[in-house]
Write a protein that binds this ligand. Structure first.
Ligand SMILES: [Zn+2]
Ligand SMILES: [Zn+2]
Length: 445
């Protein structure tokens, strides 16, 4: 975790359980976040229409949250004005008694808790979030609660109420951080789980944990997302909100999806390029004066058989157009590269040993593999500080990328470029390769 100084207070949580109070004749659940709190916050569950109440100290909240500061301000908002009036009234009627009964405290309704599903977060998370704003530490997390989802939800609430700087240290250090670390270590050996990866990515973004952003964004790009499936997208349209990790903020969702598309398009261009070359009139056979048209035909045949066999090519007639069945490859990119690498080295006879597809594409695949492993992920620093240049979406349009085996490869440490990127790495080469509109995969002459 980054070396932010921990700012966790030593205040231990007062063990006050949730209790039932009566409000207009109805029983409601109240969590006394602060026993002496002067305000009750109401949160309504849109699906059950039930309210949960949290007793809080308005001054504590105003101190750490510009959102609450404005809300409780006596002149800025209707809520604030009502509050100060109610407070005055309470003060009058309780001059000589101890503190006011919780039922008579002024109440504020929070309609919207941030980018979360219509089912609002559990009372537990909301209460813990409010506890953090009061300076309390987090209580122990029961085993049945997922540390990832819990931390992501806390941070979404923090984002909504402008309290990231108060909440983030509790995710970076202390017991939640330990629970998260355990979870992250354990999940390394597990299969890709999209929701988990998205929660990690969101947490990484919110607390500025750059390696987490890199790892999780790469996993999503390599494995793809159910959210990027065009059918899924139609279903999503018009439906209610999803949790923020299913729709990553600040254009990141679009960027990740676009990066995967660019990589797939680039890989597809290799096969299109060579099929075009071998179906053209130009001789491809590399045997110099003895080059033969039969060799080209043989290689074209084997090439088509290979691509069809691994499922990257579909032969389709053009006499009647069935429309674009444009389904992008849904699987894992590393596995796709691996199947392309299986290309056998056919030759028409023993003289034509270097005329086939294998000789042509292996150097290209190695080259692309290298750049995918280095640059498919999001560099969190450049994403944060230099998005306009860094984003693949902001690439200048319509360029051709020309590959030659012996051409200089470009480097991530290009002096003139690195001085211009926030992290000192030149991300430009990969961006050029994968966002180019056309690709020329020329073999060496
Ligand atoms: Zn040949
Ligand atoms: Zn960078």
């Amino acid at each position: 975790m980054p070396a932010e100084p921990p700012e966790i207070s030593n205040l231990q949580l007062e063990d006050e359980p949730t209790r039932v109070i009566y409000c207009n004749g109805h029983a409601v659940l109240l969590t006394p976040v602060s026993k002496d709190g002067d305000i009750v916050i109401e949160v309504r569950d849109p699906s059950t229409l039930q309210f949960s109440f949290f007793q809080v100290d308005s001054q504590c909240l105003s101190r750490v949250s510009p959102y609450f500061e404005t809300l409780f301000h006596p002149t800025k908002f209707h809520e604030g004005a009502t509050l100060s009036e109610a407070r005055l009234h309470l003060h009058e009627s309780h001059k000589n008694s101890e503190r006011a009964a919780v039922e008579s405290l002024p109440r504020v309704t929070l309609e919207e808790l941030g980018h979360l599903t219509s089912t609002r977060p559990s009372d537990r998370v909301v209460a813990d979030f409010l506890r953090l704003l009061h300076g309390y530490d987090l209580p122990d997390l029961p085993k049945e609660i997922s540390a990832l989802k819990y931390a992501a939800t806390l941070l979404i609430l923090a984002d909504r109420f402008q309290t990231i700087s108060t909440v983030a240290p509790h995710v970076q250090h202390g017991k939640l951080a330990q629970a998260l670390d355990r979870k992250l270590k354990a999940s390394k050996t597990l299969q890709f789980n999209e929701e988990r990866e998205r929660q990690k990515l969101l947490i990484g973004l919110m607390i500025g944990h750059f390696p987490l952003v890199q790892r999780s964004s790469k996993a999503l790009i390599i494995n793809g997302s159910t959210m990027w499936d065009p059918e899924e997208e139609e279903e999503q349209d018009g439906e209610e909100d999803v949790d923020m990790w299913w729709d990553l903020p600040n254009g990141l969702e679009t960027e990740l999806r676009y990066r995967r598309e660019c990589i797939l398009r680039t890989l597809n261009s290799i096969q299109t390029y060579f099929l075009k070359q071998f179906t053209s009139k130009q001789r491809q056979c590399r045997l110099g004066y003895d080059s033969s048209a039969q060799c080209d035909s043989f290689q074209l045949g084997e090439m088509v058989r290979f691509f069809v066999r691994i499922g990257t090519l579909r032969l389709q007639g053009n006499i009647y157009d069935h429309g674009e069945g444009a389904d992008a490859h849904p699987g894992n990119l590393d596995r796709l590269l691996e199947s392309l690498r299986q290309c056998p080295s056919y030759q028409i006879d023993r003289n034509h040993s270097h005329c086939g597809l294998r000789t042509l594409i292996l150097p290209i695949l190695s080259y692309l593999e290298l750049w995918i492993s280095l640059e498919a992920q999001i560099c969190a620093r450049c994403w944060k500080d230099d998005r306009a240049n860094y984003s693949w979406l902001s690439a200048p349009p319509s360029r051709t990328y020309k590959f030659q085996v012996s051409a200089p490869r470009g480097s991530r440490k290009n002096k003139s470029a690195t001085s211009r990127t926030p992290c000192g790495t030149d991300h430009g080469v990969a961006k050029h390769i994968f966002t180019a509109e056309t690709h020329e995969w020329k073999p060496d002459a």
